[in-house]
Design a protein around this ligand. Structure first.
Ligand code: AKG
Length: 324
């Protein structure tokens, strides 16, 4: 599906909005934009830490990844400044609220997406397709995504298209929905769920000289016309992460990171029984050389009624099942 009609205006929140309000909007419309959240100096640092890796990243291999789009991952390991975006209180607050039905929330991927002049519009899609196109049902949200604007996002340079309200619609019903581009200034952040139809826009800006040698020159000239977003996504703790955090960030770097960031990266139980090491050792303890045990079912799934029922059943002594 590539046909979409501009027309609707997307709603923008002020930077002091409460995470719950953003999460509620996300639940209703599949997206939310919050303006002017990230510190500009932090983005400057991130950009300069990332630039060498961006330049070394190959363009996409198909039209979906984008023949004029570079994707640069492993941000936690490569770019210390990215860690503050991963753990930004607004992002963590929204993800925690939106995915609060799960026992754990984890980092799903980190990627700077550089859409260069000449790029065509990406096919509209729903991010949940990554899970082998499994149908989780309209009510079960698996992902909470952020796209931080590292450059301004404009209609001309490829600001993300969003089709609001399509999270609960099948593709046929979504066909008539009007879309709009998430135009926003550097430092603003677009939230979107894993079900909403969306895709990167075409980059029609005059931009940089695309001939050989265009990568020479200073940072500004190399980046002219490029739309750059920092895509940091979160998922419920029981699915496989899109970016393998245990390899993208090697243990020798991981050991230098703080516990909250490590838990977000997956060094925690994803749910009861998911992610322990060896003799049921907690993964964060294992990384640090400790032996603390993973939590039991009653402790990990505090707000899950089925888990609590299960825990109370096993606490009641009972005999052999009938028929044994
Ligand atoms: O870069 C964008 O605006 C969106 C990218 C996207 O949706 C994707 O690559 O899955």
């Amino acid at each position: 599906m590539r046909t979409y009609h501009a027309g609707v205006g997307l709603h923008h929140f002020a930077p002091d909005v409460e995470p719950a309000e953003v999460s509620d909007h996300l639940r209703r419309f599949g997206y939310a934009i919050v303006d002017d959240v990230a510190d500009q100096a932090l983005l400057d640092r991130l950009e300069s830490e990332a630039m060498g890796f961006i330049e070394a990243s190959a363009a996409g291999r198909d039209a979906y990844d984008g023949h004029f789009t570079r994707r640069t991952g492993a941000l936690v390991a490569r770019c210390p400044a990215s860690r503050r975006l991963v753990m930004h209180p607004l992002a963590v607050g929204v993800a925690g609220h939106f995915l609060g039905h799960a026992s754990a929330v984890q980092l799903h991927l980190t990627q700077i997406i550089s859409v260069e002049p000449g790029e065509t519009a990406q096919k509209l899609h729903r991010d949940e397709m990554a899970f082998d196109f499994f149908d989780f049902g309209a009510d079960y949200h698996v992902q909470c995504n952020t796209m931080w604007a590292l450059t301004d996002f404009t209609a001309d340079n490829g600001a993300t298209w969003i089709l609001p309200g399509t999270s609960g619609l099948d593709d046929e019903a979504a066909r008539g929905v009007s879309g709009a581009q998430a135009e926003m200034g550097r430092g603003s952040v677009l939230f979107y769920d894993g079900k909403v139809l969306h895709g990167a826009g075409a980059n029609r800006s005059a931009g940089a000289n695309r001939s050989a040698g265009a990568n020479r020159g200073n940072e500004a000239s190399r980046s002219a016309g490029v739309r750059r977003g920092v895509n940091i996504t979160y998922a419920v703790g029981w699915v496989r992460q899109e970016e393998n955090q245990y390899l993208a960030c090697p243990p020798e770097i991981a050991r230098t990171l703080d516990d909250d960031l490590l838990r977000m990266m997956g060094y925690t139980q994803g749910a009861f029984a998911l992610g322990y090491v060896g003799d049921q050792t907690d993964p964060l303890a294992a990384l640090r050389g400790g032996t603390a045990k993973a939590k039991t079912i009653g402790a990990i799934a505090e707000h899950n009624q089925q888990a609590q029922q299960f825990a109370s059943d096993i606490d009641d002594a009972y005999g052999e099942p009938e028929g044994c």
